[in-house]
Ligand binder design. Structure first.
Ligand code: NAD
Length: 368
């Protein structure tokens, strides 16, 4: 299978982790007989320097002509004092909007070999394997622009959703749950908010189309507590923009390292943009120290959600787990008795593991 991928390394460590991820994807392509055509484009600070704006038209064109987008990270101190419309983050918000990406998916996995990196007790996080599905383009962050105002001592923000906006994100939640452990927790504030009451109603309606998925409703305050008290309880959480923003950051702390967290932003047709949760990390940029695993795992999400290459995605996830189990860590997750690997060495280790697994699979097939 041939697939076109827009590659937007961005700034800082975004560039470093992207190089390694393309190598890993090429190794997977070789093993499974695919071709990934990578088309590089600029975004964020790199685009401000070269093109005078954070999201050039050329970048958007390349993204729209591709089957999926990989994004590294944007931002850095050199662009912090620019006017709002010229800030690197504008590139990110702009691209999500232009590509119509309304569903943000963030998996949180507690790797056994990293349990002690978490601020929570190891026995509490063992077995955590959840996915947070957050609505990304509606709710309080967008509201009704004409109603948003500041008059002297009075400020107004509005929370606005249409039925179809809620339906499409709830569908994403059910679809994800169907492919995982068939449990969906819908998080809202239905005891207070009208929008949450409609959200609940829609979840109930949609649940009829997914009889195999067990559904529960949970108030956002209860969900915030449960996430630290018993995070392994959750399979898929689906929620609106503001609640999802806060809960997904809370949940991301469970793993103990930003360098381990991938994400996807999708539309209904499966097109998506895949990026690590972390930023451009100016403090370590250019030093070959960044953990590339969040970006590599974002690449695995692209294979799964945009290309339906499930076996290929599993191969990457398995190789990452095995590399960690074998005691290989980058400096952000080191301190477990190992010498920290550079970014490049970690990438090589993952590719080596993919090849080892391939060879083992070949031997098993030969004896089958
Ligand atoms: P950050 O995620 O870049 O870094 C926070 C800390 O985590 C730093 O100490 C960094 O060294 C470490 N870290 C992050 N990713 C790592 C990795 N892969 N391996 C090892 N260590 C890692 O957040 P920040 O410092 O608050 O922001 C830096 C810049 O990135 C800012 O300009 C910010 O606006 C931007 N940012 C961009 C995105 C994005 O592109 N999606 C997200 C967050 C922040």
């Amino acid at each position: 299978m041939k697939r076109k991928v827009a590659v937007l390394p961005g700034d800082g460590i975004g560039k470093e982790v992207m190089e390694g991820t393309m190598k890993v994807l090429n190794a997977v392509a070789d093993r499974f007989g695919h071709t990934f055509e990578f088309h590089k484009a600029r975004i964020g600070g790199a685009a401000i320097d070269e093109d005078g704006q954070p999201l050039p038209d050329e970048t958007l064109r390349i993204c729209k002509e591709s089957d999926a987008v990989l994004l590294g990270a944007v931002g850095g101190p050199q662009w912090e004092n620019l006017p709002g419309h010229l800030r690197p983050e504008r590139g990110l918000l702009g691209i999500r909007k232009e590509l119509g990406l309304f569903a943000n998916l963030r998996p949180v996995t507690a790797f056994d070999s990293l349990l002690d990196a978490s601020p929570l007790k190891a026995d509490r996080i063992k077995g955590v394997d959840m996915l947070i599905v957050r609505e990304l383009t509606g709710g309080l962050y967008f509201g009704t622009p004409s109603e948003r105002r500041k008059d002297g001592n009075e400020v107004v923000d509005t929370l606005h959703y249409t039925r179809s906006e809620i339906e499409r994100i709830v569908d994403q939640g059910f679809e994800a749950a169907k492919k995982r452990r068939q449990k969906l927790t819908s998080v809202d504030k239905a005891n207070v908010l009208e929008s949450s009451r409609m959200w609940r109603e829609i979840v109930e309606e949609k649940s009829k189309a997914y009889p195999e998925v067990e559904v529960e409703h949970m108030l956002v305050d209860a969900a915030a507590m449960k996430l630290v008290q018993h995070p392994a309880y959750f399979d898929v959480i689906v929620t609106e923009n503001l609640f999802g923003d806060i809960l997904s950051d809370e949940a991301s702390m469970i793993t103990g390292s930003l360098g381990m967290l991938p994400s996807a932003s999708l539309r209904s047709d499966g097109y998506g943009m895949y990026e690590p949760v972390h930023g451009s990390a100016p403090d370590i940029a250019g030093k070959n120290l960044a953990n590339p695993l969040a970006m590599i795992l974002s690449g695995a999400m692209m294979l799964k959600y945009s290309f339906q290459m499930y076996e290929e995605a599993d191969a990457i996830e398995k190789a990452v787990k095995e590399v960690l189990d074998a005691g290989y860590f980058t400096s952000d997750i080191a301190g477990r008795g190992a010498n920290a690997l550079s970014t490049d060495r970690m990438v090589k280790q993952v590719i080596f593991q993919l090849e080892e697994d391939n060879a083992t699979a070949g031997i098993m097939e030969a004896y089958a």
